[in-house]
Design a protein around this ligand. Structure first.
Ligand SMILES: *Cc1c(COP(=O)(O)O)cnc(C)c1O
Length: 225
């Protein structure tokens, strides 16, 4: 990777931090109440290293396999890395996912909830879990439907013994994302959930105004994929 490509990633990170701070101020929120997930999917260690070097520690990947190849070495080089799975999880990958990740944002069906419950108990690992809600009811998109969210959250807790931290959504690309963020906030509130994983490169400021506690930013930081 050339110097010319390395420098912009760092200055883009700085600009994103400034935008996040401003959005938090505008919303009268505490300066430390949102976490930036640097979404490093498709980018290699050479692209990720400069971002680690300037102190970013929370990273998001959407594939278990890709993360398993890239991250063990980077985690040996840098202390305190927190890895978040933001892509769909298959039940035959839950053991590996629980071992590798600190947080999974995509709990979206009974089978996954059951296998995560079993695997977390087996590995005795503390892991932060989010339920993905398909707020736009898009047939091709993962996530529990909004109207099924309350009962699914209850089953995750009562049947599968999961501690759920919050909710995650990916609004339809063609929609104004704000109503989707607001809906996610409402579902979280009535279920006693404090964390909201919402907002990507194009809309993280809107998400912060509506209560995001994790924003997932990829292309605005690493460039186009
Ligand atoms: C890729 C991805 C992101 C980051 O998207 P950008 O638009 O590049 O910021 C966020 N969330 C999920 C679930 C993703 O798959």
């Amino acid at each position: 990777m050339s110097e010319a490509l390395i420098i912009p990633a760092i200055s883009r990170l700085e600009a994103i931090r400034v935008d996040i701070a401003r959005a938090l101020r505008d919303a009268n929120r505490d300066a430390s109440s949102v976490n930036l997930i640097a979404v490093s999917k498709t980018f290699d260690a050479a692209a990720i290293t400069p971002v680690l070097e300037v102190g970013q520690r929370i990273f998001g990947e959407n594939r278990v396999q890709e993360a398993a190849i890239k991250w063990p070495t980077l985690c040996e080089q840098f202390n305190g890395v927190e890895l978040h799975l933001i892509g769909p999880l298959q039940s035959n990958k839950t053991a590996e996912a629980v071992d590798l990740f600190d947080c999974i944002h995509t709990v979206d069906r009974e089978k996954i909830a059951a296998s995560l419950g079993a695997e977390i108990a087996k590995q005795g690992k503390r892991i932060k879990l989010f339920i993905q809600v398909n707020t736009g009811a898009e047939p091709q998109k993962a996530g529990i439907l909004s109207q099924d969210a309350d009962s699914f959250i209850a089953r995750c807790r009562d049947v599968h013994g999961l501690t759920i931290s919050g909710l995650m959504c990916i609004p339809p690309v063609e929609d104004n994302p704000s109503p989707h963020f607001a809906l996610l906030g409402k579902i979280a509130e009535r279920n006693g959930l404090n964390e909201l994983s919402m907002g990507m490169s194009a809309d993280f400021e809107q998400a912060i105004r509506l209560g995001a506690t994790y924003v997932r930013v990829g292309s605005a930081l690493f460039g186009g994929r």
